[in-house]
Design a binder for this molecule. Sequence first.
Ligand code: ZN
Length: 349
Amino acid sequence: MDTFFIEFRDPLFSIIVFFAIIFAITFFSYWWGRYKRKEDSRHLDRFLKQFRSLPSKEELKTLIGSGELSEKSWLLLANSYSKNGDYEKSIDIYNEMLRVSSNSNKKETMFLLGKTYFKAGFLERAKQIFLEILKNAPRTPQALHYLLLVYEYMRDYKAALDVLEPLDELNEDITNDKAYLESLALLNNSTLSQDEKTTKILEIYSQTHQLTYLVFEYLFRVDPKLAWENFDNSKSELLTDILWGLNPSHLDLDIISKNSHLKELYSARGDIDEASGSSIFEFDLLIGLKQSSVNATLNFEYICDSCKQTYPFVFHRCSSCHAIDTARVEWSIARDYHKNFSEEKNSFQ
Ligand SMILES: [Zn+2]
């Protein structure tokens, strides 16, 4: 019976105790490691959670008021919110910074607030902010430029033109803005007749030789004959999309036959047969495809020459860099869905 029990002094007992201790230590360290990992992960989750949810207006009040972060840090934070399209949070930060009396960059913060209001589409509030800046510092060209933009977006062209005077006094270049605002004021004036508008817009064009696209887009829309009479051959490439969309009955074949770009363009569209090829790849391809059954046309997009932003629609003032008359049209080959649709429609008749 004694053989089943190990004596206290038996070396086997020590070995068993030794392995038992090792097992206990291993088990404890495994359990402790697991517990720590879980705790760390919970801590990290709690830490990250505070970044996922934006601080509330009240939290911002406390944070900015406590002065724990520098003004520069708040400005950077507001700017990054604005860049990500979260204008509301950016506006909250600027407003709270302005409320804190120790703010040393009040004018700059107000300007940034006005800019954010403008970007967010709160034009009336943006106007009030820029007017407030100019009341205390009338010689602030940046605020004047934005006030002009606000009035332009509000379609108050008279007020926008009035802003040009102080800008001119500050030696800012107002040539493009003046021609552009005068043209917009003219085209949106409901008291003038169409003839008066076309005469005056051509007057502005002959004086400035700017805004070619805006002027000819209007002329080709309301009076194609007058547009051809005043057509500037050197600008035909710039107007490619307008010319491409022109009704076949409005074409002036005399002018077209004397201009190689127009000859190739209308040969590619299929109106005439005066070009057998073109140095422009897309035109050349369309001329070559004329005999085939492939339905192809041109697709247009517009690039700002100043900031290189691309738009699917034409613009006269770039909404990104606010430059005027910087749109350059680019074209590519696309399937002509309209042609398919008209053919299908005809087959049903
Ligand atoms: Zn631009």
